[in-house]
Design a protein around this ligand. Structure first.
Ligand code: HXC
Length: 280
C-alpha cells in the first residue's frame, strides 16, 4: 500500500506497544523504516516483543517500562527518550476497559480505567509536546479512541467518558499547536480482535460473534488495515490532516445509527409490496 521507507528517519513512541494493536503498529512502522520505541507496564513483555520484532523485520526498536498513570514516571521516561534524540511521532494506544453494569462500579473501578485512558494519554502527550515546542520540532500524534467517544455506550461508561476526553484533547491541541508544527488526529477502530480486549470485553462466544459480524462488511478488521491508517497519519504526506477522528469500522456505528438501516430485515415480497402498482 505504501512506498518502501515511508516512515524512514522517523522515531515513533507507541504506548501499550508490547501487545495487541500497539505491537502490530510497531511491526508495521518498523517495516516502513521507522525507529520505534514501545512502552508499557510489563517489562518482560516489552523485551520479548522487541526481540521478536527486531528479528522479524530487521528494523529498529527499543523499549522502556512506563506506567502512563504515573506523571513522574512519564516525565522521566519521555525525557530519557528525547535525550537520545527527539521523537517525530506518538501513538496513544494504551487503554483499559471494564465491561460492567455501571451501578456496580466503585470509584476505584472508575479510576482504574480513566487513569490510563484519560490521564495517562494526557500525561504522555504533554510530556512529548512540551519538548517538541521547546525544540521547534515537527511531530504527529495519533490517539486510538472508539466510536463511542461520540455516541457514548452503555456498560463501558469510564472508557466512553475517557475516550471522549481524548477526542476533545485531539481537537483542542490540533488548533492550539497546529501552527507550531504539531498535529493531532484520532483513529476510531471497530472490531479488531486482540487477546487483551476480547478476553476482557467478550464474555461469551455469542457476544464476540455479534461484535465481529454486525457491521456492513460482516467481518472483523485486519490488523494491517488499522496499521496502514496509523502509518498514513504519521507520514509527512498527510500533513494537512489535523484535528480529525477517522473511523475504521466498516460502517459499524452508522449501521447502528441510521433509523431505517434495520429494514434489511424485510423480505423480497415485502419490498415488492412497497412499490406502487406492485401490491399483493
Ligand atoms: C466491576 C470491576 C470489574 C468489573 C474490575 N473492577 N473489573 N468492577 N466489574 N468487571 C474493579 C475492581 O473490583 C477494583 O475495584 C477496580 O475495578 C480496580 O480493579 P483492578 O483489577 O485492581 O484494576 P487494575 O489492575 O488497575 O486493572 C485495570 C483494568 C484492567 C482496566 C481493570 O482491565 C487493565 O489493566 N486493562 C488494560 C488492558 C485493557 O483493558 N485492554 C483492553 C482495552 S480495549 P474495588 O472497588 O473492588 O477495589 C478498549 C477498546 C474497546 O478500550 C473497544 C473494543 C471494540
Amino acid at each position: 500500500m505504501f512506498a518502501d521507507g515511508l516512515l524512514k528517519g522517523k522515531k515513533i513512541l507507541i504506548t501499550g506497544g508490547g501487545t495487541g494493536l500497539g505491537r502490530a503498529m510497531a511491526e508495521r512502522f518498523m517495516r516502513l523504516g521507522a525507529a520505534v520505541v514501545i512502552c508499557g507496564r510489563r517489562e518482560d513483555v516489552l523485551a520479548d516483543t522487541s526481540k521478536e520484532l527486531a528479528a522479524a523485520t530487521g528494523g529498529n526498536i527499543s523499549w522502556r517500562g512506563m506506567d502512563i498513570r504515573d506523571p513522574d514516571a512519564v516525565e522521566t521516561v519521555v525525557g530519557a527518550i528525547f535525550a537520545d534524540g527527539p521523537l517525530d511521532g506518538l501513538v496513544n494506544n494504551a487503554a483499559g476497559n471494564i465491561l460492567a453494569r455501571t451501578e456496580t462500579l466503585s470509584h476505584r473501578a472508575f479510576d482504574a480505567v480513566t487513569k490510563i485512558v484519560f490521564n495517562g494519554t494526557a500525561y504522555v502527550t504533554l510530556a512529548c509536546a512540551k519538548r517538541w515546542l521547546d525544540l521547534e520540532h515537527k511531530a504527529s500524534v495519533v490517539s486510538i479512541i472508539t466510536t463511542y467517544a461520540w455516541t457514548g455506550s452503555a456498560y463501558v461508561l469510564p472508557s466512553a467518558m475517557a475516550k471522549a476526553g481524548v477526542l476533545a484533547m485531539t481537537r483542542s491541541l490540533a488548533v492550539e499547536w497546529g501552527g507550531r508544527g504539531l498535529r493531532f488526529n484520532a483513529i476510531a477502530p471497530g472490531p479488531f480482535p486482540t487477546d487483551g480486549a476480547w478476553s476482557r470485553l467478550m464474555p461469551s462466544p455469542e457476544m464476540a460473534h455479534i461484535a465481529e459480524t454486525r457491521n456492513p462488511l460482516g467481518r472483523v478488521g485486519e490488523k494491517d488495515e488499522l496499521t496502514s491508517l496509523a502509518a498514513f497519519l504519521l507520514a509527512d504526506g498527510s500533513a494537512y490532516i489535523n484535528g480529525d477522528a477517522i473511523t475504521i469500522d466498516a460502517g459499524e456505528w452508522l449501521k447502528g445509527a441510521g433509523q431505517f438501516n434495520f429494514a434489511e430485515m424485510l423480505t423480497d415480497e415485502q419490498w415488492a409490496a412497497m412499490r406502487p402498482g406492485k401490491k399483493g
